[in-house]
Design a protein around this ligand. Sequence first.
Ligand code: ZN
Length: 248
Amino acid sequence: VPAHEVQKLRCHRLVDIERHGKYLVLVFGDAAPHSLLLHLGMSGQIRLAPAATRPRWTLHEHWRLRFGPSMVRYVDPRRFGALLTCPRGRARAHPLLARLGPDPLEAGFGPQALSRASRGSRATLKSFLLDGRRVAGIGNIYACEACFEARIRPTARVHRLDRQAWNALCNALRVVLHRALAAGGTSIRDYVDARGEPGWFQHELRVYGREGRPCSVCSTAIRVRRDAGRSTYYCPGCQRSVPSPRGG
Ligand SMILES: [Zn+2]
């Protein structure tokens, strides 16, 4: 985004921050010309610090926004995420957001919305969950954990899932995301929150990164499959390819 577009937001008050999938929308007061839309990329971090201090991590800083005495900095040692403007109140219509599938933490999300999102797809459950146009905001770690929580194999085909499976999956997504939020996120590589604090959900992971270790439910050794650079962890003991009659 050109700097002069951001300059136009000077003196406008930040009134809300929305999240849609992996995008954040910074909404300013009524008179603001636009909102800011940002994506953190794979490893980007938003850091909040007093504007007066010069933090040691400015080396990989891509942009900063000053809010009174505080400075918000976007830091990413790898590829840049995105900082764009979008018309105020119309973020959902932005081309990047309009394509997003339902978000498990948004109102109105339920098993119907989830199974509707799978229509016409014969993908595996894991790739369905990772496809932001089908389901918004789910990365590899949470996809693995949600499949485990729902007791369904990540390799199950979505067109084979029945209503019980969609119910289980819907609950699993919410449970896993709420637990992760409560734990402050998952710090496997470099995730930290706005104050630089790591999350603790990595200590609560039940399958991700636990290859060869016993399943916390049935003690079977956790397995891993690697396709296209992504690792899929699952328990062969309690995650079924076809949902069990009880739905797990
Ligand atoms: Zn198990």
